[in-house]
Design a protein around this ligand. Structure first.
Ligand SMILES: Nc1ncnc2c1ncn2[C@@H]1O[C@H](COP(=O)(O)OP(=O)(O)OP(=O)(O)O)[C@@H](O)[C@H]1O
Ligand SMILES: [Mg+2]
Length: 587
């Protein structure tokens, strides 16, 4: 059936076979043995029709009645058992293969750059891992289960036809090339159609996740009706494509049925004549017709498998596209000790993909070890970009970034990030217990350590007051937290990680006075002795920093302490006068 695959699909099939099917070769071989048995039983039954008719029904050879009856019965029993065994084995193989692919794709995705996740909507990726792999599962299971069995059955039944009357068999054969061409044409069309369907599904998933994530905006701006209408058009698109899919996929039924009908018509006319002439016994003719009609079933199934296969190959191509995406941020080999983790940017130039102009345009600065360095400046100046590059979420196009004198590009990424704790504005609370949410900060942390971190972050009091204490579920399916509580969870994570470098993106939203005091107090303790880079919005943070960097247009425009910068009367002093140090209005 490999002839039904176009040239472009072959590497894809080879790849699936070599990498994903090979580990299950044992099961596949077992299933194939059962498959041979099932196909043989079909062919034997078709051949038995001749002695049943000629010897038992016409010539009354009584001693053959019982053996033939048992033989026919055995054919069916064995075929049933063999089909069951083969289907179960092949299906198990298919399920394993697809879960292997899913694990592989997810593992690979986790290693890809932040930039990749910016380029691809999370809904699209979600649909690659679910909808596309489920289509692949069907293709693999169907392909493995039905393709071999039906091809072999067809082959054997055609053999029976030739054995009974080769000339007649040859005549019937004109329909095979016709159907085969038709089936392969159809397969290609289906594959295109289904690619569009899967893309539609991916778009739908992307839109859904976006809408759910932005549900507060939707409601606040009263756009529910608009969202419903927008979603309806996507849903309807997918429905129409699905309908078209089924219409295209089933068109082979009437076409094939007509062809078979024509053949049977011819067979009865011609065969009736031959039987009268005596060159073909009635049993032989019936056996021929039985084999022909029985061969029609596997033929239909092969056409159907081809459709599923084409659809699955389309999905496989999309899934492999993810696997073939290489990360651009590559880990280095070095794992240096960094006892004095100062941070240094040397002429760093960096532009986001698709961004207009560089976000950092020759950034130069040093953040001293164990001190607090505050980043201030107008919105869009490049403050967040500095933190992104230090974490190696992206690599700069030029320049170097050093921690304690070591180029971060040469370092093992895990080792390097292990030295940095990030407390960003957008705090993710995972759908898990309070304990697990804090323990996320460091793999393998003990419960006592988590509690200690929670106490240091002033999170212990409110967590203890939750219905199930530290075992209370937070996040989407659990208790919702206030802004201040979320921040304290984030701080607890950072305390637990106990990294020498601390990156803070200070929250702009004002907390109530009590939360604010608690957060500030624990922040102060968290910063003690650590190299801290803080994107500062609060004047108190800025004033206490040992060095202030004014980041504007991708460069460090001014640097110094609050007092020296004010005395200088430059851009910093101007921003301070307008109360706009932190990009937003500084509190
Ligand atoms: N993911 C991105 N893709 C493309 N451009 C980006 C991306 N993130 C930021 N930029 C651009 O890079 C520049 C610097 O942005 P950055 O986020 O570093 O500014 P910022 O100083 O943190 O501003 P703010 O105070 O508003 O947070 C801006 O021009 C911004 O539009
Ligand atoms: Mg920012």
């Amino acid at each position: 059936m490999i002839t039904l695959l176009d040239r472009a699909s072959r590497p894809l099939v080879k790849r699936i076979l070599n990498i994903y099917v090979r580990p299950y070769a044992g099961w596949v071989v077992q299933a194939m043995l059962w498959m041979v048995l099932a196909a043989a039983m079909s062919a034997i039954f078709a051949s038995l029709v001749q002695p049943v008719l000629d010897d038992v029904l016409i010539n009354h050879k009584d001693h053959l009645v019982l053996p033939l009856a048992i033989g026919v019965m055995l054919c069916f029993v064995l075929r049933g058992v063999a089909t069951y065994m083969q289907t179960v084995l092949m299906n198990r193989t298919g399920q394993h293969i697809v879960s292997d692919i899913q694990n592989h794709v997810f593992g690979h995705l986790m290693g890809l750059d932040i930039a990749y996740f910016h380029k691809n909507a999370s809904g699209t990726l979600l649909s690659r891992l679910t909808a596309d792999t489920s289509v692949m599962r069907n293709a693999v299971a169907e392909g493995l289960t039905n393709l071999g069995k039906n091809t072999l059955t067809l082959f054997l039944l055609v053999g029976v036809m030739f054995w009974r009357d080769w000339a007649l068999a040859l005549a019937c054969f004109i329909i095979f090339p016709i159907t085969a061409t038709f089936v392969s044409k159809l397969g290609k069309r289906l594959r295109k159609l289904s690619t569009r369907t899967q893309e539609g599904l991916a778009e739908m998933a992307a839109l859904l996740t976006q809408t759910f994530q932005g549900i507060r905006q939707v409601k606040a701006y009263g756009r529910e009706g608009w969202e419903v209408a927008r979603m309806k058009s996507k849903i309807d698109d997918v429905r129409n494509l699905n309908i078209k899919n089924v219409r295209t996929g089933t068109i082979n039924a009437p076409v094939n049925d007509t062809l078979v009908g024509l053949c049977v018509f011819g067979l009865i006319l011609y065969g009736g004549h031959e039987a009268r002439e005596g060159s073909l016994t009635p049993g032989a003719l019936m056996s021929f017709i039985t084999a022909f009609l029985m061969s029609y079933e596997p033929m239909k199934k092969i056409a159907k498998v081809n459709n599923t296969l084409q659809i699955g190959l389309g999905a496989a191509a999309r899934v492999f596209e993810i696997i073939d995406t290489r990360p651009t941020v590559i880990s280095g080999p070095e794992k240096p000790e960094m006892p004095n983790p100062s941070v240094r940017f040397e002429n760093v130039i960096f532009g986001y993909e698709g961004g207009d102009g560089p976000a950092l345009d020759g950034a130069n600065f040093t953040a001293d070890a164990g001190r607090v360095t505050a980043l201030v400046g107008p919105s869009g100046g490049g403050k967040s970009t500095i933190l992104n590059l230090l974490l190696r979420f992206y690599d700069p196009q030029a320049g170097r970034i050093l921690i304690d004198g070591h180029d971060i590009k040469a370092m093992d990424i895990g080792h390097m990030r292990g030295h940095i704790a990030l407390v960003s504005q957008d705090i993710t609370i995972f759908d898990d217990t309070a304990l697990a949410n804090i323990a996320y900060g460091r793999e393998g942390a003990s419960e006592a350590e988590v509690l200690e971190a929670a106490k240091a972050a002033h999170a212990h009091e409110f967590i203890s007051a939750l219905p199930n204490g530290y075992q209370t579920r937070l996040g989407e399916n659990g208790v919702s937290l206030s802004g201040g509580q979320r921040q304290r969870i984030a701080l607890a994570r950072a305390f637990l990680k106990n990294a020498p470098i601390l990156l803070l993106d200070e929250a702009t939203s004002a907390l109530d006075a009590e939360s604010e005091a608690l957060v500030q107090e624990s922040l102060g303790r968290l910063q003690a002795g650590r190299t801290t880079l803080v994107i500062a919005h609060r004047l108190s943070t800025i004033k206490h920093a040992s060095r202030i960097l004014l980041v504007d247009k991708g460069r460090v425009a001014e640097e110094g302490t609050h007092d020296t910068l004010l005395a200088r009367g430059g851009a910093y002093a101007a921003l301070y006068a307008r109360n706009q140090l932190g990009g937003q209005v500084a509190a």
